[in-house]
Design a protein around this ligand. Structure first.
Ligand code: ATP
Length: 295
């Protein structure tokens, strides 16, 4: 039976601001997301029997409909009304619950693979509509590259690409549940009760820096509203960030609601030094680069 393997790229947030709570209860965000070469591999094999089976090389990842890739299959089958059966195999490299959108990337790769196996009955924007119902990061993971997103993070707008660089990712210490991270912000910002008075963090510096292809200015313009409250109670993540900066990162920031941290390097010797130091802390680093739009 036909099968397709797709790379499911992780993302980092170069900018992440929460601007309020919407009437549907979700938080509104302003974010700049960037795909990176760190990826899972998702293989979708069509089968004769309707429904899905799922396998993953990492223990602890749900293998039932709690898995975002499985939910993507169910949503795709419902949207196309086809009697589909598939086996989904996920080879995970993206750390789990790390703020790198690993589950969303797997869901996006599953939607793209199914659409290809079925001879592209749905457009990319239709896949993004399905994806948005699965999770706010899924539309970005379908499109990839660089984007500004608002709404819940699912409304995408063009943004200039991140300049060439080496990125080191490190994820260690206690994980962060995304809902808990939002509850922490709600406490700090008093449930965003004065959201109308809130001035969103400025992204114009980051936009100018990326447009000018200036990696130093990009590194100086990173912003994440979650970073201070999360890193203040995550000593390992905080240490990973300071280690990257001491080793020569020109910028470092927590990604998403954490706890993973990324460092931006312009020379590979500094990146390698950072990796060595990170390993001495008992954490496995990943070396990667920014990637462009998904083919
Ligand atoms: P985001 O940045 O989009 O908030 P994340 O990187 O912080 O996501 P994920 O790696 O997607 O978090 O995992 C969050 C939870 O989702 C995990 O605790 C896991 O149980 C569940 N999950 C569902 N599907 C997957 C998947 N395919 N891969 C990893 N986790 C998954």
């Amino acid at each position: 039976m036909a099968r397709i393997t797709r790379k499911a790229f992780a993302k980092i947030n170069l900018h992440l601001d929460v601007t309020g709570i919407r009437t549907d209860g979700f938080h509104s965000v302003n974010t700049v997301m960037q795909s990176i070469s760190l990826c899972d591999e998702v293989t979708v094999s069509l089968s004769d029997s309707e429904g899905f089976t799922l396998a993953c090389n990492v223990a602890g990842v749900p293998l039932d409909e709690k898995n975002l890739a499985a939910r993507a299959f169910i949503a795709y089958k419902a949207a196309t009304n086809m009697p589909l059966g598939a086996h989904i195999s996920i080879k995970k490299s993206i750390p789990i619950a790390a703020g790198l959108a690993g589950g969303s990337a797997d869901a996006a790769a599953t939607l793209l693979a199914l659409n290809e196996l079925c001879n592209q009955p749905l457009s990319i924007s239709e896949l993004c509509e399905i994806g948005a119902r699965l999770g706010s990061d899924v539309p970005f993971c379908i499109v990839g590259g660089s984007a500004f997103a608002d709404g819940k993070g699912e409304v995408l707008h063009p943004f200039p690409s991140m300049p060439e660089c080496t990125i080191v990712i490190a994820c260690g210490g206690e994980g962060v549940s995304t809902p808990e991270a939002y509850r922490t912000l709600d406490r700090i910002y008093n449930n965003f009760s004065s959201a109308e008075d809130y001035t969103p963090a400025d992204i114009s510096q980051l936009h100018m820096a990326a447009s000018a292809n200036d990696i130093f200015a990009v590194s100086n313009s990173l912003y994440n509203i979650f970073e201070e409250p999360i890193l203040s109670v995550r000593p390992v993540a905080s240490k990973l960030k300071s280690t990257m900066l001491k080793c020569g990162a020109i910028g470092a920031m927590m990604s998403g609601s954490g706890p993973s941290v990324f460092g931006i390097f312009t020379d590979s010797a500094s990146a390698m030094l950072a990796c060595k130091k990170i390993e001495t802390l008992g954490v496995t680093p990943f070396v990667c680069t920014p990637t462009g739009k998904i083919d």
